[in-house]
Design a protein around this ligand. Structure first.
Ligand code: RTP
Ligand code: MG
Length: 166
């Protein structure tokens, strides 16, 4: 005899996707060098964020200057550009409900010493100048940052079957 299966109370697609957002995540050169790419991508996938774009690249100074334009003049700016251009990075465009906030929470505080265990920085990083991941901090930032890494033809919106339960 088979068990009775009941229909869970699942929200409609429109309700699930009421605040669908895209955000930029960069897996920084230290994380690529340390072989952490798979573990970091796996966390976002497990959380149910959909991959809309993914590429490996090495930034030149021009691209880094574009990305970090809001930080020009800060004491850490030169070191940041040097770090971010020092080796390959992985750029991700993640899509999902409230994705910008969700990703920032999953990343943890900028200073790894202040990042909670369970967050990416809290689990993998020790230093603010090698802090593993970047994530857009607001919808306006995501809108500014995503085109620095992805053309429209490189981004694919899709509805992974697992999002039915998210
Ligand atoms: P991110 O932009 O990388 O997602 O990091 P965030 O928003 O948490 O931090 P933000 O203030 O935007 O700083 C950008 C990156 O600059 C480096 N940083 N170094 N030495 C320092 O005091 C310092 N402060 C910031 C970090 O790599 C930080 O992620
Ligand atoms: Mg930032």
């Amino acid at each position: 005899m088979s068990a009775t299966q009941t229909q869970p109370n699942i929200k409609s697609r429109d309700q699930r996707f009421s605040n669908l957002q895209r955000t930029l995540v960069l897996i920084k050169p230290d994380a690529v060098q340390r072989g952490l790419v798979g573990q970091i991508v796996a966390r976002f996938e497990a959380r149910g964020l959909a991959l809309a774009g993914l590429k490996l690249l090495q930034m030149d100074e021009q691209r880094a200057a574009k990305l970090y334009e809001p930080h020009v003049g800060r004491p850490f700016y030169d070191g940041l550009v040097k770090y971010m251009t020092s080796g390959p990075i992985v750029a991700l465009c993640l899509e999902g409900v409230d994705t910008i906030t969700v990703v920032r929470k999953m990343m943890g505080a900028t200073k790894p010493a202040e990042a909670e265990p369970g967050t990416i920085r809290g689990d993998f990083a020790q230093r603010v100048d090698f802090n593993i991941v970047h994530g857009s901090d607001a919808p306006e930032s995501a809108a500014r940052e995503l085109p620095i890494f992805f053309g429209n033809d490189e981004l694919v919106s899709h509805d992974p079957s697992y999002t039915f339960f998210l």
